[in-house]
Design a protein around this ligand. Structure first.
Ligand SMILES: CSCCC(=O)/C(O)=C/O
Ligand SMILES: [Fe+2]
Length: 178
């Protein structure tokens, strides 16, 4: 089962777990209610129909594959740095892990970072307007499917962008529910 936890405040080595001491786990239910992040498990080898149904249900009409591998990506360090910068998008971010593993970090409403550990078969949907970032873990490899509703909008918005409409809608919805 997917694991998530509140992060410590150590800024060194993004590829480590960064658990607090003692660890503070976060459940998928808590993540959903506090941040709107959705999660499901789909076995890439055995559950292709489940993926097709999800695509139809949620209107995902475009997909591509991203592979992050220090052996294959010439600007690997630069890419790692970029993905790890806190940002938001005007659209949902949907990632489905086909091989390898990695961490998505998302902000709780109180600004704490929650680290979500993803591996093969994990599919995550980050709502539009949530602050987040991505890093590989210490195994340093992931192959993932990126899914989109229509043609992708690539522009990430880095802080400060709290005045953006998508951010204001997100904050209003989730702060009012807690
Ligand atoms: C596991 S896919 C790599 C991360 C990514 O695509 C992204 O957009 C992070 O914000
Ligand atoms: Fe992103």
């Amino acid at each position: 089962m997917v694991k998530a936890w509140l992060m410590d405040n150590c800024l060194e080595n993004q590829f480590l777990e960064h658990q607090r001491s003692p660890p503070v786990p976060v459940t998928i239910e808590e993540l959903k209610s506090k941040t709107g992040v959705l999660y499901c498990k789909i076995d890439p080898d055995l559950e292709k129909e489940k993926l097709e149904t999800l695509k139809i249900d949620r209107g995902y009409t475009y997909e591509d594959i991203i592979e992050l591998d220090p052996e294959k990506l010439p600007n690997f360090d630069q890419a790692m740095k970029k993905f790890y910068e806190e940002h938001i998008h005007t659209d949902e971010e949907i990632r489905y892990i086909l091989e390898g593993s990695g961490y998505f970090d998302v902000r709780f409403p109180n600004e704490d970072w929650v680290r979500i550990s993803l591996e093969k078969g994990d599919l995550i949907v980050l709502p539009a307007g949530i602050y987040h970032r991505f890093t590989l873990d210490s195994k340093k490899y992931v192959k993932a499917m990126r899914l989109f509703i229509g043609e992708p909008v690539w522009t990430p918005y880095y802080r400060p962008s709290d005045e953006m409409e998508v951010r204001q809608n997100y904050v209003k919805y989730f702060r009012e529910r807690i």
